[in-house]
Design a protein around this ligand. Structure first.
Ligand code: KIV
Ligand code: ZN
Length: 511
């Protein structure tokens, strides 16, 4: 290990750019849960959202600023006073906070999106940075679509915003257009041609449209970037952003080559990746680098033989370095608190006593139904969001009958306002019938867009996870649930969606 390696900051934008990706929206409790996990992972900056985008976004950024300790908490703003003031107010409770202002600089954006000339862009960028400086000292500026901006003009913008007080200048490859060598040249150009470049930290922000976000980010580091913007599992606009786990493990595995390191606790990568996947419903491809199910699986005989002789023959990272600790140990109904706590710890999750009490209670219920509990079962219990079954509706009873091509279901629901409602539904199958019964009981009729089922562990009595995606009043919602009965899982997942719709209607009415 080199000891004089430069420190590269990790700026996580899962809650902002990641959350912008279709189908990845998160509720406020979910955002808080992810933000706390990111703090434990050791990221330097959490971009918690875009406060001016909606009251919900403002609330979420404010909650993260108040409750998440350790990293710098950042909020995005366009270069106008309204946005910047909203961001500043949302962030003010965080002991260390940053305002991130952005404005597009490329000819395409200037002409078609902004209808602004070059001098207007510079004036507006400088003005934005100066307004933000009135509220805090840590200011980041991003020239959106920088990789398609004329180099000379980009250098002028960068120099002007640093003079205005920007402490970080982030260079986005907004549309994932650049290639590694070209991007490194861009960074070298800025370092050579911007007079005051040493007064700001250079940052990189890449999208993955051509599958090069990680490679482009690494080349920016080679050329002098000292902050990488990235997201867990690479989620983000369109094809996504630079994947945090990949870029971090590339730097860790090849530290001597990059002569740079991050402060990430790599053993927390796998659990955080699972958490984000479970909350957003965005699955992790089996062959995904670093955190995919197959990332450390060796199938061919030659590889297995090599591995048995020495793991380094075919493994450049150890599974435990990314927090992957699979065990053949099986827990059951006789397993006690200590064994469960230990297994949760080995799986890389850090949960507090209240959360553990909930997990232990659900573990006992599950162990009564299922003889053996595998890692997948334990992981599902831990990842299950506390808020997911938090009402207002709770499933108090479910009965189904089905024959060839038709089914009937009866659901009994209780509401936090004290009502108990029982309704029947008919459908093509028991799941369809149960959804109809819930619609009758709650009066909500979301449009079902997608329904997924998957097994969480092994064996005939494995838990089946159901994921339901619906649209309602131009918004998308997602719900999931896992039990040993797939009809019950589907019914609970649908009820979660209904609960989310009702809660969001209530929040909108209160706003
Ligand atoms: O991709 C992009 O350009 C952005 C900026 C707001 C940094 O996300
Ligand atoms: Zn982006």
């Amino acid at each position: 290990m080199t000891s004089n390696a430069d420190q590269v900051m990790i700026f996580d934008t899962t809650l902002r750019d990641g959350e912008q990706s279709p189908g990845c929206s998160m509720t406020q409790p979910e955002k808080l849960r992810v933000a706390k996990a990111l703090a434990e992972l050791g990221v330097d900056v959490i971009e918690a959202g875009f406060p001016a985008a909606s009251p919900g976004d403002w609330e979420a950024v404010n909650a993260v600023a108040r409750e998440v300790h350790g990293p710098i908490i950042c909020g995005l703003a366009r270069c106008n006073r309204g946005d910047i003031e909203k961001a500043a107010k949302a962030l003010r409770d965080a002991p260390r906070h940053r305002i991130h202002v952005f404005l597009a600089t490329s000819a395409i954006h200037r002409e078609y999106k902004l209808n602004m000339a070059k001098d207007e862009i510079i004036r507006s960028a400088v003005e934005g940075v100066k307004i933000a400086r009135d509220f805090c000292e840590d200011i980041e500026f991003s020239p959106e679509d920088a990789s398609r901006t004329e180099l000379e003009f980009l250098a002028q913008v960068v120099e002007a915003v640093i003079d205005a007080g920007a402490t970080t200048v982030n260079i986005p490859d907004t549309v994932g257009y650049t290639v590694p060598h070209e991007f490194a040249e861009l960074f070298r150009y800025l370092r050579k041609n911007v007079r005051n470049i040493d007064r700001a930290r250079l940052s990189v922000h890449c999208h993955d449209d051509l599958g090069m976000a990680v490679a482009n980010s690494l080349m920016a580091v080679v050329a002098g970037a000292r902050q990488i913007e990235c997201t867990i599992n690479g989620i983000g606009e369109r094809a996504g952003n630079c994947s945090l786990e990949e870029v971090v493990m590339a730097m860790r595995t090849r530290e001597a080559f990059f002569n740079a390191r991050t402060g990430i606790n790599s053993q927390r990568l796998y659990p955080v990746s699972r958490l984000v996947s479970s909350i957003t419903g965005m699955p992790i491809p089996r062959n995904k680098a670093v955190v995919g199910e197959n990332a450390f699986a060796h199938e061919s005989g030659i590889h297995q033989h090599g591995m048995l002789k020495h793991a380094s023959t075919y493994e450049i990272m150890r599974p435990q370095d990314v927090g992957l600790s699979r065990s053949s140990l099986v827990l059951g109904k006789h397993s006690g608190r200590h064994a469960l706590r230990e297994r949760i710890r080995e799986l890389g999750f850090a949960i507090d006593d209240t959360e553990f009490a909930r997990v232990f209670e659900e573990f006992k219920i599950l162990a009564d139904k299922k003889k053996e509990l595998f890692d997948g079962d334990i992981e599902a219990l831990v990842l299950r969001s506390e808020g997911s079954n938090g009402g207002p509706w709770t499933l108090a009873g479910l009965e189904t009958q089905s024959g060839a091509g038709s089914a009937r279901a009866t659901v009994r629901l209780t509401h936090t306002d004290g009502r108990t409602v029982e309704r029947n539904g008919e459908g093509d199958g028991p799941v369809d019938a149960a959804f109809k019964a819930i619609e009758e009981a709650t009066g909500l009729r979301p449009v079902l867009r997608k329904f997924e089922l998957r097994s969480l562990s092994e064996g005939e009595d494995a838990q089946g996870e159901a994921i339901v995606y619906v649209d309602h009043n131009e918004r998308s919602y997602r719900g999931s649930s896992a039990t040993t009965d797939i009809v019950e899982s589907a019914t609970r997942a649908f009820l979660e969606v209904v609960n989310r719709i009702e809660s969001s209607q209530k929040a909108q009415a209160a706003a």
